[in-house]
Each structure stands twice: as structure tokens, then as C-alpha cells.
Design a protein around this ligand. Structure first.
Ligand code: NAD
Length: 460
């Protein structure tokens, strides 16, 4: 008898699904099935791989409501944000279908070397083999798509372990791929907890790569235990955004509110540290606090819900604890501080200090700290003072300041006149330092999921 993974509705707590959990033995079977499917898939013509990915995109699009409801229930994500994730994943699959047709190398001018005369050189991009994909709960469809779609586009087979809290969406996605014509074995799913199922997948010697999105401690652990494999790590951040006095507040205020509280703050590029110039403190804060208070917290299935439940009781308790701890250490709570079970009302803090957990660690909760500054260089220094380096935002009309931020910040992406949260699915995306290793965004993931194969003809 298998062990069962129980999946719950995060708002009601009801069981909404049950899947067999995989131990080391089941993981081994899945890896071997994927490996067996690889030779035929890797030699499937690009136009055929493209057609399957584009068909899968169309099927996800047709089933938008079913996907949206599944995400809203198993992840607790508000309906409108769940629907947005589905729309984005249709784009991710479409980009991957298009990318499948343009995976190519280039020629190398061999006679640039005195030893290379009379030779013709070029390189190809070859798939790696089996890619192990391990994903988090907060985007149960699109972050899975970001691994599966480019891997398949490039001709790899995949063993996917979705987050144990949110595996049902991945099952629906796999169904779309199967119906679109993906051959058996090319995508294998294994379900279960990280320390058992994930660990077995990471340690398995046969996959060529581990592609992981999740928390920094698990990422560091994976890097130590993956062995001689390629590893891509998409990890966390304590993202920040600067708002200069010349910012367009009509655009910046609602965007900052959404960026801090969408998906109950459980987004890796969620706005956690907001640096506002003191000259616009009152104008910005009056609107920012009013719009935060107006957010609707509750059942994610309600079409007008803004903030649904957090993923677990522990996550909600931790959010509460960090806020209370900051207040005990001298911070001021301007809005929020209310919790009912997994529902946490958006919290806005000020008078925080850099060493407080709400500032220096990844909160991954509906809380934001606002810091007022006088000098732009100080704001840049405070924003950059982080062990993480995923994305950062800056609102300014001044090109010199924008380019100064680009030069000064060690992050994977800088958004000018937007917050840290902006992402579309074909741009390069990933972090530096504790935020990870490597980049996703379909074309960039394809690059990391292929090996260069150099070819040289001696014509002498
Ligand atoms: P998590 O690290 O707890 O879990 C992520 C996945 O890793 C899950 O599937 C889990 O089962 C698995 N896992 C756990 N322990 C494992 C082990 N020992 N071996 C192998 N796999 C293991 O993260 P989470 O709570 O699901 O997600 C939140 C984190 O993900 C946050 O830190 C967030 O910033 C990060 N995140 C990053 C990005 C990005 O693109 N950079 C996107 C979304 C989320």
C-alpha cells in the first residue's frame, strides 16, 4: 500500500485530493522511465516538440477556470491572482513552443588561431538527458511551467516533484501535455515531502540536472547533495523598491500595495522593504495606508478577494510573530496585526531597523516595512544592504538616478518605474548571491538545459 499525500483547501482546510507519495524506490522507477523515454524524445523533430507545447498551451487556456479554481483552493491564492497565473503559464508554454524551433549554435572562426587554419568549427546545443525539477507552492502552475516547458522544448525528459502543498495543479498540467501528444515517460511526476521524495530525486545519480525553485536553505542543501550535476537554484529575496519624489504616485501607490500583498506576500519578489523619500512621505503614505486598509481579506474563491489565506498555520503564526517582535523592538505598526487562523491581514510597519527579521530576512508574508530617507545614495545603500539579490524597483523620472541604481545594485533584475515584483515569462529572471544560481525565462532556461557540443572539421 502506498503512503498518501493529502491535499487540502487552504481556506476551508477540507481535503480536496490525495495522491500516492513516492519513496526512493518510486523515484528510481520514475527516473528510469524518463531515461528510457529520452532517446526518442531528444530526436523528435523540433517542429513536433513545438506543436506539442503549443497544443498544451491551448489546452491550459481552454481549461482556465479549472486551473484557476485548483490554484485558488490548494494554494489559497485569490481568484484574480490565480487567473493571472494561468494566463502567464499559457504564455510560458507558448514561448517554449516557439523557442523549440530556434535552439541552435553558431560557427567559430577557427582561423583566428594560428593553430586553427583550414578548419571549420561550429557548435550545437544538445539536450542534457533527464532534468529533475523541484518546485515551490506559491506558483503551482507557472513555476512548474518554467522548468517543464523549456526542458521539453530542448528535448530533455523531466521528473517533476511539485510542492507537497500544491501538487494537483501540476497533475492537471501533465494531463494537458499528455493530451497534446507528449509520449509516455517524457514527463514523470513524483509526489511527496521534500526530505523524502525531493531528497531521493536530488541524490539519484542518473539525472543530468536539478532545477530547483524554493527557499535558500533547501537550495544550499541541494547544492551539497546533488553530486556531479548541473544545478539551477531560484531562491528567495527580501525585495525592495525606492520611491523618489518625482514618482508618479497615481501609478506607484496601487502598484506598491499589490506588490506587497498579492498572494499574501508569498511571492519571491514581493515588496518587503519600501524606501520612500521623506519629501513625499505624507502624500504617499495617506494613500498607501488607505488602499491597504481597503484590501479584501478572505475566501480566495470570491472574485473580489485580494488576500487569501497563507499556505499553513505555521506560516501565518510566523508572520504574526515577526510583526510582534518588530513592534517589541521599537517598530510602529501602522496597519494590520490581525490574524484568524491562516488569514493574516496586511501589515505596514515603520521605524524598523535593518537588523530586524522583517527587514533582513525573507518575510514571505503580507507585511511591508516603510523607511523614509533624505538622500538618494542612502536609499540605494540601504536597498543594496542585503544578502539576497533577485530584483529591485525604483520609481524616478531622472535617468541619471535610474542608471545609478542599475550600476549600484547587485541583483538579477532592476525595474525602473515599477516595483521588484514585475516579471514576464520570457525575460531573464534569477538572482545573485543568496537568491540563487542561474537564470530562467524560457530562452535562458533552455540555455541552461542544453550542453554545447563543439564540432570541428579538419580540411587540410
Ligand atoms: P521550500 O524550499 O520549502 O520547498 C520547495 C520545494 O523543495 C518543495 O517541493 C519541497 O518539497 C522541496 N524540498 C524541501 N526539502 C527538500 C530536500 N531536502 N530535498 C529536495 N527537495 C526538498 O520552499 P516553499 O516554502 O515551497 O517556497 C517558498 C520559497 O521559494 C521562498 O523562499 C521563495 O522566495 C522561494 N521562491 C523563489 C522563486 C524564484 O523564482 N526565485 C519563486 C518562488 C518561490
Amino acid at each position: 500500500m502506498p503512503d498518501w499525500l493529502q491535499v487540502t483547501d487552504k481556506f476551508t482546510g477540507d481535503e480536496i485530493g490525495r495522491l500516492p507519495a513516492a519513496g526512493a524506490q518510486e523515484v528510481d522507477v520514475a527516473v528510469r522511465r524518463a531515461l528510457a523515454a529520452f532517446p526518442s524524445w531528444s530526436t523528435t523533430p523540433a517542429h513536433r516538440r513545438a506543436a506539442i507545447l503549443l497544443k498544451a498551451a491551448a489546452l491550459i487556456d481552454e481549461r482556465r477556470d479549472r486551473f484557476t479554481e485548483t490554484i485558488a483552493r490548494e494554494a489559497g491564492k485569490a481568484w484574480k491572482h490565480s487567473a493571472n497565473e494561468v494566463g502567464r503559464s499559457v504564455e510560458t508554454f507558448t514561448f517554449a513552443g516557439e523557442e523549440a524551433k530556434r535552439i541552435h549554435g553558431e560557427t567559430v572562426p577557427m582561423d583566428a588561431s594560428v593553430f586553427g587554419e583550414n578548419r571549420v568549427g561550429f557548435y550545437l546545443r544538445a539536450p542534457l538527458g533527464v532534468v529533475s525539477a523541484i518546485t515551490p507552492f506559491n506558483f503551482p502552475l507557472n513555476l512548474v511551467a518554467h522548468k517543464v516547458a523549456p526542458a521539453l522544448a530542448a528535448g530533455n525528459a523531466v521528473v517533476l516533484k511539485p510542492a507537497e502543498e500544491t501538487p494537483l495543479t501540476a497533475v492537471l498540467m501533465a494531463e494537458c501535455l499528455r493530451e497534446a501528444g507528449l509520449p509516455d515517460g517524457v514527463l514523470e511526476l513524483v509526489h511527496g515531502d521534500g526530505p523524502v521524495t525531493g531528497e531521493a530525486l536530488v541524490r539519484h545519480p542518473l539525472p543530468a540536472k536539478v532545477s530547483f525553485t524554493g527557499s535558500p536553505p533547501v537550495g544550499a542543501h541541494i547544492l551539497q547533495h546533488a553530486g556531479l550535476k548541473r544545478v539551477t537554484l531560484e531562491l528567495g529575496n527580501n525585495s525592495g523598491t525606492i520611491v523618489e519624489p518625482d514618482a508618479n504616485l497615481d501609478a506607484a501607490v496601487p502598484r506598491c500595495v499589490m506588490s506587497a500583498f498579492a498572494n499574501a506576500g508569498q511571492v519571491c519578489i514581493s515588496l518587503q522593504r519600501l524606501y520612500v523619500h521623506e519629501g513625499i512621505a505624507t502624500a504617499f503614505m495617506d494613500r498607501f495606508l488607505a488602499e491597504t486598509r481597503a484590501l479584501k481579506v478572505g475566501n480566495p474563491l470570491d472574485r473580489d478577494c485580494d488576500v487569501g489565506p497563507m499556505i499553513s498555520d505555521e506560516a501565518a503564526e510566523r508572520a504574526d510573530e515577526w510583526t510582534s517582535e518588530a513592534v517589541a523592538e521599537g517598530a510602529t505598526l501602522l496597519v494590520g496585526g490581525r490574524r484568524e487562523g491562516r488569514l493574516v491581514w496586511p501589515a505596514v510597519l515603520t521605524d524598523t531597523r535593518p537588523e530586524m527579521k522583517v527587514m533582513c530576512r525573507e518575510a514571505f508574508a503580507p507585511l511591508v516595512s516603510v523607511v523614509f530617507y533624505k538622500d538618494f545614495e542612502d536609499a540605494l545603500r540601504m536597498l543594496g544592504d542585503s544578502p539576497y539579490g533577485l530584483q529591485a524597483g525604483i520609481y524616478t523620472q531622472d535617468l541619471r538616478k535610474a542608471f545609478r541604481a542599475v550600476a549600484a545594485l547587485d541583483v538579477g533584475g532592476i525595474l525602473v518605474n515599477d516595483t521588484s515584483i514585475f516579471r514576464v515569462d520570457h525575460m531573464p529572471y534569477g538572482g545573485n548571491r543568496m537568491s540563487g544560481i542561474g537564470r530562467e525565462g524560457v530562452r535562458f532556461a533552455v540555455e541552461e538545459m542544453t550542453n554545447l557540443k563543439f564540432v570541428c572539421f579538419n580540411l587540410a
